[in-house]
Write a protein that binds this ligand. Structure first.
Ligand SMILES: *[C@@H]1O[C@H](CO)[C@@H](O)[C@H](O)[C@H]1NC(C)=O
Ligand SMILES: *[C@@H]1O[C@H](CO)[C@@H](O)[C@H](O)[C@H]1NC(C)=O
Ligand SMILES: *[C@@H]1O[C@H](CO)[C@@H](O)[C@H](O)[C@H]1NC(C)=O
Ligand SMILES: *[C@@H]1O[C@H](CO)[C@@H](O)[C@H](O)[C@H]1NC(C)=O
Ligand SMILES: *[C@@H]1O[C@H](CO)[C@@H](O)[C@H](O)[C@H]1NC(C)=O
Ligand SMILES: *[C@@H]1O[C@H](CO)[C@@H](O)[C@H](O)[C@H]1NC(C)=O
Ligand SMILES: *[C@@H]1O[C@H](CO)[C@@H](O)[C@H](O)[C@H]1NC(C)=O
Ligand SMILES: *[C@@H]1O[C@H](CO)[C@@H](O)[C@H](O)[C@H]1NC(C)=O
Length: 409
């Protein structure tokens, strides 16, 4: 029977002296972050498109290539015989100026440069060119002409070379997404921390270049509006230093996974609005968990594959909003505080695998963890009886339960 588990989980080890528990469930976690789709089809009856706006868009359309197999490309609806304000992905203001353009995932390729007619749309506030292939374009300096821009999204769009310094003059920017632009050369983001007081969201994930000035992001008083900072896999190394935590008081999502950060200030766990903290796979990052306050807003605490160590404080039970806790493949030890099983009733994902946790699991029930869909406790030193799982998630299959019970008794 024990080997049923082996069958199910490949070469997963069933015979270790460690208790290996792995429960896998059918349902997936709901996406917590629902992407805001902005494919707005405007109310054309009340908006006449200005002729120069329409011709700038059509010039843009004719200067690039649309993959004919992309049926959902917004640009297919751009036809001369209709008002541009009714075209898919195009938003106008009441005067017929184009203020929003969403050409993301539209199968576009070709060259974009400062002569591209897009830059004639001077009233643009939101520009999304994500998920296209404009390689080998570099981000044109003409971007500065779009001085009303609040949202700029070039994620995964193939732009390379240098980030033009002009971009830092777009002082109205609220959201900047340059993630997965693998060809960008080492950008210096220090000017950003000085010039963009409105910035709420900054995503630079997967930049294949070292970013200079990234540490300034954490101490710049100018970035007090920053809510989302995502710098996963950005070749960051060294210490996160924060001289004034008050400048980060708005921060709600902080993703620094897959870097080589060696120090993270423990006080940052207590930022008043922090909901998501992800430090995955900073292999040299040592630290220990702080005492948690009941005022904490944390929903996701994700620290696997770091050198975090020590015990889990019983104040973990103060994190009443926690839906995801991943402490796997770290160096934690000691017993799991009762408060974790008892209080964290929003928890959906719990992975404590591959540490050196010991002690007994709660033998009576995990019944308070009624939302749990994934529980991984593999490769630790637990002892005692198996927790009763019968009253928790209905999605636990009988098969998994029987398999677990058979080799743990
Ligand atoms: C267009 O806007 C007008 C007034 O703003 C509204 O009454 C009408 O229902 C809208 N039409 C559509 C198709 O959204
Ligand atoms: C606009 O022209 C296209 C072809 O160029 C045609 O398929 C479409 O039906 C026309 N739309 C209107 C509203 O006339
Ligand atoms: C800009 O790109 C267009 C093609 O979209 C090309 O014809 C033109 O020569 C380019 N201009 C410059 C200055 O590179
Ligand atoms: C950028 O656009 C992509 C594709 O539409 C989307 O998935 C992503 O969330 C956008 N980024 C921001 C910061 O909104
Ligand atoms: C990242 O950059 C390095 C050198 O600059 C290069 O060898 C590597 O192929 C690049 N990776 C990607 C995904 O572009
Ligand atoms: C946890 O379960 C106990 C009974 O076992 C119950 O009294 C308590 O209210 C539950 N706590 C939460 C937070 O649901
Ligand atoms: C795990 O903890 C036990 C004591 O609970 C200790 O004897 C053992 O050396 C630890 N193992 C590792 C790999 O740290
Ligand atoms: C469990 O941990 C031990 C000691 O850290 C390690 O040698 C072993 O490979 C781990 N087992 C699995 C299945 O990861």
């Amino acid at each position: 029977m024990a080997c049923l588990a082996q069958f199910f989980y490949g070469n997963y080890s069933c015979n270790s002296q460690y208790w290996s528990l792995l429960l896998f469930f059918i349902s997936f976690l709901n996406q917590l972050i629902s992407s805001s789709s902005s494919s707005s089809t405007s109310n054309s009856t009340h908006k006449a498109c200005l002729r120069d706006q329409s011709s700038a868009l059509l010039q843009f359309k004719s200067s690039i290539t649309i993959d004919e197999y992309i049926a959902h490309s917004n640009l297919w609806s751009w036809e001369t015989n209709t008002s541009c304000c009714s075209w898919q992905g195009v938003t106008c203001n009441g005067y017929g100026f184009v203020i929003g353009l969403d050409a993301s995932e539209s199968g576009l390729s070709g060259m974009i440069n400062s002569s591209t007619s897009l830059f004639k749309l001077r009233r643009l506030e939101k520009l999304n060119l994500a998920y296209n292939e404009f390689s080998p374009s570099s981000i044109p300096t003409a971007i500065i002409q779009l001085h009303s821009l609040t949202h700029l999204n070039l994620s995964s769009s193939g732009f390379s070379a240098q980030v033009p310094i002009e971009i830092y003059q777009l002082t109205s920017l609220v959201s900047l997404d340059f993630s997965f632009l693998h060809g960008l050369e080492s950008p210096n983001i220090e000017p950003l921390s000085k010039n963009m007081p409105s910035l709420r969201e900054l995503r630079l994930d997967g930049l294949n270049a070292s970013i200079s000035g990234w540490q300034q992001l954490f101490s710049s008083p100018k970035l007090h509006n920053l809510q989302v900072l995502s710098l996963s896999n950005c070749q960051l190394y060294g210490s996160v230093m924060s001289s004034s935590l008050s400048s980060l008081s708005s921060l709600s999502v902080l993703v620094l996974s897959m870097n080589d950060i060696t120090h993270f200030p423990i006080e940052m766990f207590s930022l008043p609005n922090l909901q998501v903290l992800d430090l995955t796979a900073n292999y040299r990052l040592a630290g220990s968990l702080p005492e948690f306050q009941s005022s904490s807003a944390l929903r996701e605490l994700v620290l696997p594959r770091t050198k975090f160590s020590g015990t889990i404080p019983s104040s973990i039970g103060n994190l009443k909003r926690l839906t995801k806790l991943d402490l796997s493949q770290c160096e934690f030890y000691g017993s799991i505080p009762f408060s974790l099983w008892h209080n964290l009733d929003q928890l959906m994902f719990l992975d404590l695998g591959h540490n050196n946790f010991s002690g007994e699991l709660p033998s009576d029930s995990l019944s308070n963890l009624s939302r749990l869909v994934k529980l991984l406790l593999w490769n630790n030193s637990f002892s005692g009886r198996l927790p009763s799982i019968k009253s928790s998630s209905r999605t636990i299959t009988q098969f998994h339960l029987r398999c677990l019970l058979s080799y743990l008794h």
